[in-house]
Design a protein around this ligand. Structure first.
Ligand SMILES: [Mg+2]
Length: 260
């Protein structure tokens, strides 16, 4: 078994990787403490654009996880950075939550109601028909079309799920026949932004997650190291059948502690 001594930055998915709902998995606190003890860094990475960086800070702190704003990166933040870099000064019609709006405004993104340059879809738990109607109109008019994440569903308590950003985009596709550019996993953008920010080489970054088609694929797309944990949605059977392969496979992050 190869060790993980070369890894300087651990990117961590949350649901299914470090906790399920409010239950923190066995070994997570020791795993995070070991990373800190070795003077390495961890960042929690989430596709969920319905909540802000501060919402996640509060949740992780409530679960007694040692975290600051610097350790949390959402697809909403990545979108804010992407917009301020690629489309500085352009106006955005947002189909997203108030939390996402705040996240984007922190990057000086101008949100408007009418005549936008860009239409942006997030995981909108405050969705209305009026928002959909306007978004379709602006997309039909040929405005730049972006979205935070491809996920069709978001898991919730009791083994159930709610429709996520990918499902909203499919509804819009049925009306407009247009698809957006996505930023969240499995696209490499979030990892690439952090790679540049932390000034690290590809083989010094490890993405750890429980979903092959988002977490592991994003790592492969960004050409960094990947680690599948079997504590969430993927079983070893699923992994063996999949053509998406990880550099490492562990039962849970607990099994990684001695290798850091
Ligand atoms: Mg997950």
């Amino acid at each position: 078994m190869k060790d993980l001594k070369n890894i300087k930055l651990f990117l961590l998915d949350m649901d299914g990787t470090i906790y399920l709902d409010d239950d923190v998995f066995d070994g997570v606190y020791d795993f995070l403490n070991k990373i800190k003890a070795e003077n390495k860094k961890y960042i929690f990475l989430t596709n969920n654009s319905s909540k802000s960086q501060i919402d996640y800070l509060n949740k992780l702190k409530r679960l007694n996880i040692d975290v600051t704003l610097d350790n949390i990166f959402t697809s909403g933040m990545a979108m804010g950075m992407y917009l301020s870099k690629m489309y500085k000064g352009k106006s955005v019609y947002l189909v997203g939550t108030k939390a996402l709006q705040g996240e984007l405004e922190a990057y000086n993104v101008k949100i408007v109601d009418d005549d936008p340059d860009i239409v942006l879809i997030g995981f909108d738990r405050e969705l209305t028909y009026e928002k959909l109607e306007k978004a379709c109109k602006y997309i039909d008019d040929g405005k730049i079309y972006l979205a935070t994440n491809t996920d069709y569903v978001c898991p919730i308590a009791g083994g159930r799920y709610i429709p996520d950003c990918g499902s909203i985009c499919d509804m819009i596709y049925n009306a407009t026949k247009k698809r957006p550019k996505f930023i969240g996993k499995p696209e490499p953008d979030m990892i690439n932004i952090l790679k540049e920010k932390e000034n690290l080489q590809n083989d010094e970054i490890l993405m750890i997650g429980d979903r092959l088609y988002t977490d592991i694929k994003s790592a492969n797309n960004a050409n960094v190291k990947s680690c599948l944990v079997l504590s969430g949605e993927t079983s070893i059977d699923d992994y063996n059948k999949s053509d998406i392969k990880a550099d490492y496979v562990f039962n849970s992050v607990k099994d990684m502690i001695d290798l850091i």
